[in-house]
Design a protein around this ligand. Structure first.
Ligand SMILES: O=P(O)(O)OC[C@H]1O[C@H](OP(=O)(O)OP(=O)(O)O)[C@H](O)[C@@H]1O
Ligand code: HPA
Ligand SMILES: [Mg+2]
Length: 176
C-alpha cells in the first residue's frame, strides 16, 4: 500500500495549544508532588517531550518500548514489550503518555502490567483517542483530541515507520 496524500487534520498550532492546556491541567493535579512520565516509544516521543515542558510539577521521564503494529494500518493484536523500564516505579505517581489509543490493546496490556509493579498512582494521558475502533476498554484520564476512524500520521505517529517527523497530524489517503 502506498500513500497518495496526507490531509492535515490538526495543525502544529492546534496541537501546541492543546498540549499547553493538558500540561496546566496535569500540573494542577500533581502540584508539588513528583510525577514519573512513562513515554511509550516510539509514537509518543514528541508528545512526551512537549508535554513535559508544560508540566510544572517535578518530573522524571522514563521510556518503555511496546509494539503491536507491523507495517500495516491495523493492530496485530499481539502486544510485546520490546524494551522495559530501567527503573522501579513502586510508590511513585506514574503518568503513562501515549500518542494514540486505537483498539485499546496496547494500553490495556500495559496498564495491567504496570499495576503489578505497585505505583502510588497510575494515570494515562493520550494525545489522540479513536473511540470508534475500540476493542478493549481503557480508562483514560487525559485526552488531547478525539478523532474519527481514520489512519493518522505525524507528530510521532507512523505509517510503516515513516512520517513521524511531520509537525502536524494528518489523515492518510492510500493509493488504490
Ligand atoms: O490502541 P492500539 O490499537 O493498541 O494502538 C495504539 C498503539 O499503536 C501504536 O504503536 P505501535 O505498536 O505502532 O508502535 P510505535 O509507537 O513504535 O509506532 C501507538 O503508538 C500506540 O502505542
Ligand atoms: O491511526 C494510527 N496511526 C499510526 N499509528 C497508529 N497506531 C494505532 N493507530 C494508529
Ligand atoms: Mg506505530
Amino acid at each position: 500500500m502506498k500513500i497518495k496524500k496526507i490531509n492535515v487534520h490538526l495543525t502544529e498550532e492546534q496541537i501546541e495549544q492543546r498540549v499547553r492546556e493538558l500540561g496546566a491541567e496535569i500540573s494542577k493535579v500533581y502540584g508539588d508532588e513528583p510525577v514519573c512520565l512513562i513515554c511509550i516509544l516510539k509514537g509518543s516521543v514528541f508528545f512526551t517531550c512537549e508535554l513535559a515542558k508544560r508540566i510544572t510539577s517535578p518530573v522524571e521521564i522514563e521510556f518503555m518500548s511496546v509494539s503491536s503494529y507491523g507495517s500495516g494500518t491495523s493492530s496485530s493484536g499481539v502486544v510485546r514489550i520490546v524494551n522495559d523500564l530501567g527503573t522501579s516505579i513502586e510508590g511513585k505517581n506514574v503518568l503513562v503518555i501515549e500518542d494514540i489509543i486505537d483498539s485499546g490493546r496496547t494500553l490495556s496490556y500495559l496498564l495491567e502490567n504496570l499495576k503489578t509493579r505497585n505505583p502510588k498512582t497510575l494515570r494515562l494521558c493520550t494525545l489522540l483517542d479513536k473511540p470508534d475502533r475500540r476493542v478493549v476498554d481503557v480508562n483514560v484520564d487525559y485526552v488531547g483530541f478525539v478523532i474519527p476512524d481514520e489512519f493518522v500520521v505525524g507528530y510521532g505517529l507512523d505509517y510503516d515507520q515513516k512520517y513521524r517527523n511531520l509537525p502536524y497530524i494528518g489523515f492518510v489517503e492510500i493509493e488504490e
